[in-house]
Design a protein around this ligand. Structure first.
Ligand code: DWN
Length: 390
């Protein structure tokens, strides 16, 4: 790839590696620099972190920790089941803790999941789960063992894979001629509008525009036939793909390509002005956190997210500013956050009305959280789309 760098997010740790105090001294850091691929317009990191450093048997992120996501995959599964043949063969790439898979019959649905802890869980639930990374070699083995698939799904997974050409060509070879491939990932257009630069961390080597994806899919003989704009994860696109060149194309494809053209999504100048806004967001966030510190306020963070790893390490936000983070995920509790080493505790132990301000690490679930925490007398802080109190 011929990339031009436009954004530097500083030294960053592994975003989902929550540490015991004893592991702090040998923590891995890398330079998080982001660029634009001249050939395809793909927004992508300048260098990629080795996948096994991020995705392994200690992976901490559980998709099922949010009701929003559980409901999201349940309703999507219902609507897909209506358009698939009975007993359609389903493959999920990147099945995490089974939050999508559990909506399907284990006789027809198989999965690929490189994180050993989660592959074990879904295998135990009866879903054949290959505990491997998605590669051409694995896809050939799957076709040999199960035949070709009617539906291949990947949520918040394809943008995690550096080599998109191998990924897409392997999907193509695994899909039936009239099969459907659907994947959903954060949308570059939404990231630009929301200034949500925290969508970028080690696990997200790319942030997708429909325009760049069209270019990369086309050179792998795949066509985008529909785009659904989703609100989840701070604004995602669900991309529907088919092999057939005469498949019917939904107007949503042209609509999204036009929309992206109108904001010059493939241009370096667009990315450079985004980089300026990212710098401003950092200054504004540090300004209010410094102010609360001087006022002696109690400030915590809500949700130990990958996104907040980027924000805290880019801005240098540590325990001088944030007392602790609360998170519902058992695997994250009683550990410290990556890089800045802020303690993480359960909401039962740490979220109460002694807190003056709670930074929303999980701003993408702000509606769910505000509803759940309606008796909170303090205020939430967000940096999306600008630094402000909610
Ligand atoms: O692609 C990815 C996305 C989908 O998920 C990953 N590579 C990793 C992960 O990113 P994230 O950590 O930024 O995701 P979330 O879904 O924003 O994380 C929410 C976190 O907040 C979870 O650790 C659970 C926690 N949480 C909480 O403590 N209370 C969430 C809710 C809704 C709550 O009420």
């Amino acid at each position: 790839m011929d990339k031009i760098e436009f954004l530097k997010l500083g030294k960053q740790p592994i975003a989902n590696r929550f540490l015991d105090q004893g592991d702090i001294s040998n923590e891995f850091f890398y330079d998080l620099n982001v660029g634009l691929d001249k050939d395809t317009g793909l927004v992508t990191q300048m260098d990629y972190v080795d996948a096994p450093l991020m995705f392994n048997k200690e992976y901490a992120y559980r998709g099922s920790m949010s009701k929003t996501m559980v409901n999201h995959f349940a309703s999507f599964s219902l609507s897909v089941a209506e358009i698939l043949p009975a007993n359609a063969k389903i493959l999920e790439i990147g099945s995490n803790d089974g939050v999508f898979l559990k909506n399907w019959n284990s006789e027809n649905a198989i999965a690929v999941e490189p994180c050993g802890n989660f592959a074990k869980e879904t295998n135990e639930l009866g879903y054949k789960t290959y505990n491997e990374f998605w590669t051409k070699e694995l896809s050939e083995r799957i076709v040999e063992e199960h035949g070709k698939m009617d539906f291949i799904f990947a949520a918040n997974c394809i943008c995690h894979i550096p080599n998109l050409d191998e990924t897409f060509s392997a999907v193509r070879e695994t899909l039936n001629d009239d099969g459907i491939f659907v994947f959903e990932d954060p949308s570059l257009a939404r990231m630009l509008v929301l200034n949500s630069y925290d969508q970028i961390y080690d696990e997200h080597p790319h942030i997708f525009s429909v325009s760049a994806l069209k270019n990369i899919l086309a050179r792998n003989d795949l066509n985008i036939v529909k785009v659904d704009e989703l609100t989840v994860h701070g604004g995602s696109n669900r991309i529907w793909v088919k092999k057939s060149t005469n498949a019917q194309i939904d107007p949503s494809v042209e609509y999204n390509l036009d929309l992206e053209k109108s904001i010059n999504i493939l241009d370096l100048s667009t990315m450079k002005s985004f980089a300026d806004r990212v710098q401003k967001s950092k200054e504004d966030l540090l300004y209010i956190l410094n102010m609360f510190k001087q006022q002696g306020k109690k400030v915590i963070s809500y949700g130990a997210t990958s996104k907040s790893t980027t924000v805290f390490n880019y801005c240098g936000i540590n325990t001088d500013f944030i007392d602790y983070i609360t998170d519902t995920t058992p695997e994250k509790q009683n550990k410290v956050s990556p890089g800045m080493h802020i303690p993480i505790i359960s909401p039962e132990d740490g979220f109460n009305n002694s807190v003056d301000y709670a930074y929303l690490g999980a701003w993408n679930f702000s509606e769910e959280i505000k509803k759940k925490e309606s008796s909170f007398t303090g205020k939430f802080i967000t940096h999306v789309p600008t630094v402000r109190l909610l």
